[in-house]
Design a protein around this ligand. Structure first.
Ligand code: PHE
Length: 447
């Protein structure tokens, strides 16, 4: 059989838009601010940035170089570099994680999508905003409808392929995201009373920072950079050999960090300006923020819609990377064509997503892992188990099995920004130890 030639990113900007699009998602805008709020604002941010540099950046390089070296999906990559060895399981874990994460990610993204048009509803609800959120997520039909719509958008883009689907749409959507974000930052920091929020966000309060905050920061580094599940292996596999890989990794980590930090500049000043609490957890986005928009009056309709468009775009460019991991596996290993892989797997993931979606209505009595509802259980299994375990094994694979010398050779090929022995040190010692501690904690052994 004649193998079709592997697609490649057309331009560096296209790759960076796509990879940064994968990294920048609900994790940056929905998750980062409420975790930062919970663990002491500036203190958390400081530790988070250190972990990005010493753990996130080396693992980002590792995944990208494994992909570019093998020109394959995560399963194919490990098969090729360690034939006949159990390392291929790491690849399968990644494909499974992509499948599971996308199923509920699409449900939450569906809520964001529905909120674009809901500003009228939550505005009219007044102080009952919390209820509106509860009503909207516990509507059987509504939940599935928005989840379906979001999955259709995701499938539609991945169906178009690397250059004409993912790259093209990322290059359109990411600049829009940045512009919307800047509009919101300007609005938020110029609100009367914003200074208090800025102080909370920027002034480190180490009394609120704990070991738990450290673990949350490291977990966030993996999730926000799309690491530990072969997403960056897959995106790296479409990189040409003459691309400066470490430089690209720097841009992606930098863009992701910039957006997370800017999201904090939107949320904290606004929340403080209207006298609300910054530490309300996952509800910060869907309950607290609408309350902020409500108090802005008419302008709140506009800013509210802008915010939820931003959130939907961020989620969409991440969702396509999740579907691409699953699709690439079936395309490379089972020789499916792209159309079949995206449609069949898209439908399968959509179907799985019905369960977390119904977890707030028809299936609200179903509790899975440790009393968590279905969506939380999926999230726990993927983010607290599959991702850290995947990240740990990828670091061990490169550091102790395949060899950092080969990794350096691949990464530095065609690069002006060369990785050095400090990369080897981080991948062999620092990353495995740090991630192992997080992993023990997340499965409850350290508590
Ligand atoms: N990085 C994405 C976010 O921050 C989530 C994600 C995780 C996407 C893993 C792909 C792979 O929302």
């Amino acid at each position: 059989m004649v193998q079709a030639e592997r697609e490649h990113w057309k331009t560096r900007a296209g790759f960076i838009a796509a990879a940064a699009g994968s990294a920048i998602g609900l994790g940056n805008i929905w998750r980062f601010p409420y975790i930062a709020g919970r663990y002491g604002g500036g203190a958390f941010v400081l530790v988070y940035i250190l972990l990005l540099i010493f753990v996130g950046y080396p693992v980002m390089n590792s995944e990208l170089l494994l992909g570019r070296k093998t020109q394959k999906n995560p399963v194919g990559a490990f098969k090729m570099l360690a034939p006949g060895k159990p390392w291929v399981i790491v690849g399968f874990m990644g494909v499974l994680a992509g499948f599971i994460i996308l199923s509920y990610y699409s449900v939450v993204a569906g809520w964001a999508l529905s909120y674009i048009l809901k500003s009228g509803t939550y505005m009219a609800a007044g102080s009952d905003i919390g209820n509106i959120f509860v009503i909207s997520i516990s509507s059987t039909f509504g939940g599935i409808f928005w989840h379906t719509l979001f999955m259709l958008l995701t499938i539609g883009i991945v169906y178009g392929g690397i250059e004409k689907g993912i790259e093209r749409w990322s290059k359109i959507l990411m600049p829009v995201l940045l512009i919307l974000l800047i509009i919101l930052v300007i609005r938020s920091v110029t609100l009367p009373g914003a200074a208090e929020g800025l102080a909370f966000y920027l002034k480190p309060d180490f009394s609120k920072f704990s070991g738990e905050g450290f673990l949350a920061a490291l977990g966030q580094v993996f999730f926000t950079l799309s690491l530990g599940m072969g997403c960056m292996i897959t995106y790296g596999s479409y990189l040409k050999k003459n691309e400066d890989l470490p430089l690209n990794a720097k841009y992606v980590v930098g863009a992701d960090t910039l957006v997370a930090l800017l999201a904090g500049f939107v949320i904290f000043p606004a929340v403080f300006a209207f006298g609300l609490e910054p530490t309300t957890g996952p509800g910060l986005t869907f309950i607290t923020l609408p309350a902020v928009f409500l108090q802005m009056g008419l302008a709140g309709h506009v800013f509210g819609s802008i915010f939820f468009i931003l959130l939907t775009i961020a989620a969409l460019t991440s969702a396509i990377s999740l579907l691409e991991v699953v699709a690439a596996y079936f395309i490379d290993e089972n020789k499916w064509n792209r159309k079949k892989a995206t449609i069949v797997m898209g439908i399968a993931i959509w179907f799985l997503g019905i369960f977390p979606s119904l977890g707030y209505s028809t299936l609200s009595t179903v509790k899975v892992i440790g009393g968590r509802d279905i969506l939380d259980s999926f999230d726990f299994f993927a983010n607290n188990i599959l991702l850290p375990l995947g990240g740990l094994l990828i670091a061990i694979f490169i550091g102790w099995f395949w060899g950092t010398d080969k990794a350096l050779e691949e990464a530095n090929q065609g690069a002006n920004t060369k990785l050095s022995t400090s990369y080897s040190f981080l991948i062999k010692y620092v990353v495995p130890i740090a991630v192992f501690i997080v992993f023990l904690n997340s499965i409850g052994i350290l508590r």
